[in-house]
Write a protein that binds this ligand. Sequence first.
Ligand SMILES: Cc1cc2nc3c(=O)[nH]c(=O)nc-3n(C[C@H](O)[C@H](O)[C@H](O)COP(=O)(O)OP(=O)(O)OC[C@H]3O[C@@H](n4cnc5c(N)ncnc54)[C@H](O)[C@@H]3O)c2cc1C
Length: 454
Amino acid sequence: MKHLFHPSLYDFNQAQPSYWEDTAGETTLNNDKLGGSQSCDVAIIGAGYTGLSAALHLARDFDIDVCVLEAGHIGWGASGRNGGFCTMGMTKLSLKAQLKKFGVEQTRAFHQSQAEAVNLVRALGEDENIDFLAQGDCEFIVADNDAHFAEMQKQAEIESTLLGLDITLHSRDAFREIGYDSPHQHGALAHRPSFGLHPLRYALGLAAAAERRGARIHPYSEVLSWRKQGETHVLETAGGSLRAKQVILTGNGFMPEHLHRGVEGRPLPLQSAIVVTRPMSADELGQKRWFTENPTINSKHMFFYYRLLSDGRFLLGGRANHIGDPAGAEATYAELKQSIARMWPQFAGIDYTHQWRGLVCFALNLRPSIGRMPEDPSVYFGYGYHGNGVNSATWSGRELAKWLAGSESGGGLVPRHLPALVRGRPPRFPLARLRRQYLRLGLCIYKLRDRFDW
Ligand SMILES: Cc1cc2nc3c(=O)[nH]c(=O)nc-3n(C[C@H](O)[C@H](O)[C@H](O)COP(=O)(O)OP(=O)(O)OC[C@H]3O[C@@H](n4cnc5c(N)ncnc54)[C@H](O)[C@@H]3O)c2cc1C
C-alpha cells in the first residue's frame, strides 16, 4: 500500500492554499529537479525540518557531501504548513507513564532536550539569518474548566521541581488581562522558552542555509524506488538517480512506507487542519479583549491550537477525520469555525481567508523515534513527533547529523547519547492496514473523554 489516506493528501505538485504559502517571501533556492546519474555520501529523503536540519548540520558542521530529494516543493509536507508553534511536546505518553517507564533522570533529560530544541530554532534563525517572524515568549495552555486548572497546578509543580522546566501559572482573572477571556478560560499555564514563527519561511531559510554550505536539494524529485547495489544505495526518481553510501529517511506523516520494509506499518499519520481569519486592527483586537501573540492550546484531549499572527489574523487548528477526503476536510473547517464562535463569541461571524490541512505522525508506543534500521544500519531515520515538530524535527535532524558524522554514540542501532524516550524504532501496528480504523476508534475515545471529562 503506497499511502494510507485519501490521494488528495499526496498531490506533490499542488501546494496547500495556506496563509504561509501566500506570505513566504522570495527565495534564492536552486529549484532544479534531480537529473541524470548523481552520487553523494549521504542522501536524505524529504525536505521538511528533519531532512533540512540534518542536511544543514552535515554540510555546515561536518563538511559532508549531502543531497536531499523532495517529492514536492521545499517544505511541501507538514513543515511548510503547520501552525508555527515552536513549542515543547513530541510525545503523547502521559507524564506519569514517562516517569514510570523511563525514570526521573531520563524523563528530565527528555524535557530538557525539548527546551534545548526550541532554543536551537531561535539560534538557527539568528545564525543563518532566517526571517521567520518570531512572535511571543512562551506557550500558553489554557484550562477548559476548573478541574483542568486544578490538575494543571499539580502538573506545574512536577514539571518545575522534577523536570526543571520554566513554568508560570496564571489564574483566570490574571489571564483575562494578559491573554483573553472566554467561557472556556479557567486559568492558564505558560511554558518558556516557546514562541511562534512562520513555518514555511523557516523551512525555506533552513534550505537556503544548507545550500549555502554546499548541500544539494532537489524539489519535485519523488523517490520512486530504492535498491542496494553492493554497499551503495540507489534512489530513482522520474528524472534521474542518486547513489549514496548512507540514507536518512524522513517523512513523518507523509512517510513513504513502501520504499523500505523497515518503516512499513509503523507510523500512524493523523490529519490536522487549520483556518485563518481576515486581519484585525489593534483597536478591534482591543475591543475583543485579545491581548496575546503567544501560541496557545487548550487543555482538552481533542485540543485546539491557536495564535494571533503578526498582521492581526487569528489562526486556529485541530484534528480532522480518519479518511482525508476533500468533503471531510470542508466539514472539519466548518467545525473549526463553529468552535471559534462558541469559545470566543466576540469572533462570531468573522470572515475567513485561508483553510488547509496536512498529516502529523503518531506511533504505537506514543513517542518519537530516532535510530538506524536493524535491517540495514546505513539507513538512519527520525519521525513520530506526535503533532509537534518545529523544534523537535529540527533537533532530530541535528542529532541525526551528529550521530551519522560519528561525533556521538558510536555504531549501535540506537542513539545512546539521546534521552531514552526518543531512542529506536516504534513497533509495527498489528494488521497495519487497519491503522485508520484504530485512529477512528482513538478519536471517538478522545471525544468521549472530553465530553464526560474522564
Ligand atoms: C496542520 C499541521 C499543523 C501543525 N502544527 C504544528 C505546530 O504548530 N508546531 C509543531 O511543532 N508542529 C506542528 N505540526 C507538526 C510538524 O509540522 C511536523 O512534525 C514536522 O514538520 C515534521 O517534519 P518532517 O521533516 O519530519 O516531515 P515533513 O515536514 O512532513 O516532511 C516530509 C517530507 O517528505 C517528503 N516525501 C514523502 N515521500 C517522499 C518521497 N518518496 N520522495 C521524496 N520526498 C518524499 C514529503 O513531500 C514531505 O515534504 C503540524 C502539522 C500539521 C500537518
